[in-house]
Design a protein around this ligand. Structure first.
Ligand code: DGL
Length: 282
């Protein structure tokens, strides 16, 4: 048994890296749907269908828990799958399994509040401005605006779509070109707000791979909320509460892609910290 990780491409490796460090004994199976990446510009129903197929594949391969290491899938598909599909699928599998996303832990980290906590009525609307850099699909879902407003009305959330970044990162674009693109998105957001954000969420797992470029483009010292860290913290707590899930103990790491098998680009391997090759998903 294992932990399944899913993303449209290499972005979820940022979450995988944090989870592997936190749970070195667990068995991990990573699935990248590179045949259909990027997800960010796809209609919602397609994202739901693709995410369901990926989760089913990971469960069939022995995952007890599937972590959607993708904001777009977490924002658009997670609730639908948990409500409409998972209960029946658990029955057909005959073992307990679950699907978790990465937005809840990110919002907990951004608000400093547990998911079950609600807004303190004494909180004034006095904006602390939070920028969310994400795919077009995640920004359109408004999940960060909606969920943060329920808990912390004193935080004003501004979403900034960055549609060029996922294809550039997947394609191994030069760092200098990525830097220009990131500077453009930061400038767009700054212009729209009227000033730079006070803090920012890198709300697409691919962007963690180039977190340094966001740090350079934002005013010095702007705090970034890191999803991989937040997800690792949340998953550790979840596993302590849910001992019914078997996450393996052999420290296995497998990497599957629906796209072209082979070594990942140099930027991705440098981020991962060593050679990294994906096998064709069976
Ligand atoms: N890493 C995915 C995310 O966090 C990228 C989605 C895409 O393929 O556009 O949203």
């Amino acid at each position: 048994m294992s932990i399944g990780l899913f993303d449209s491409g290499v972005g979820g490796l940022s979450v995988a890296r944090a989870l592997v460090r936190r749970l070195p004994q667990a068995d991990f199976l990573y699935l990248a749907d590179q045949a259909h990446a990027p997800y960010g510009g796809r209609p919602g129903e397609e994202v739901v269908d693709l995410t369901r197929d990926a989760a089913a594949r990971l469960f069939d391969a022995g995952a007890d828990l599937v972590v959607l290491a993708c904001n777009t899938a977490s924002a658009i598909a997670l609730r639908r799958l948990q409500q409409d599909w998972l209960p029946g699928h658990i029955e057909s599998l005959g073992r307990p399994v679950n699907i978790l996303g990465i937005i809840v832990p990110t919002i907990e980290a951004a608000t400093g509040m547990g998911w079950a906590q609600t807004a303190d009525p004494a909180l004034e609307k006095h904006p602390d401005i939070l920028g969310v850099f994400a795919t077009a699909g995640t920004v359109r879902s408004q999940v960060y605006e909606i969920e943060i407003a329920k808990r912390r009305p004193d935080i004003a959330v501004f979403g900034q779509p960055c549609p060029d970044l996922v294809p550039m990162i997947e394609g191994g674009a030069a760092l200098a070109d990525l830097a220009v693109a990131v500077q453009g998105y930061v400038a767009d957001l700054t212009q729209r707000i009227g000033r730079a954000p006070d803090r920012a969420i890198l709300g697409c797992t691919h962007y963690e791979i180039i977190a340094g470029l966001f740090r350079d483009a934002l005013p010095p010292g702007t705090p970034l909320i890191h999803q991989p860290q937040a997800t690792a913290d949340a998953l550790t707590g979840y596993l302590a509460r849910h001992t019914e899930f078997d996450i393996g103990s052999g420290g296995a790491r497998r990497f599957w892609t629906t796209g072209k098998a082979g070594p990942q680009n140099a930027m991705v391997q440098a981020f991962w910290g060593g050679p990294l090759s994906f096998e064709k998903a069976p």
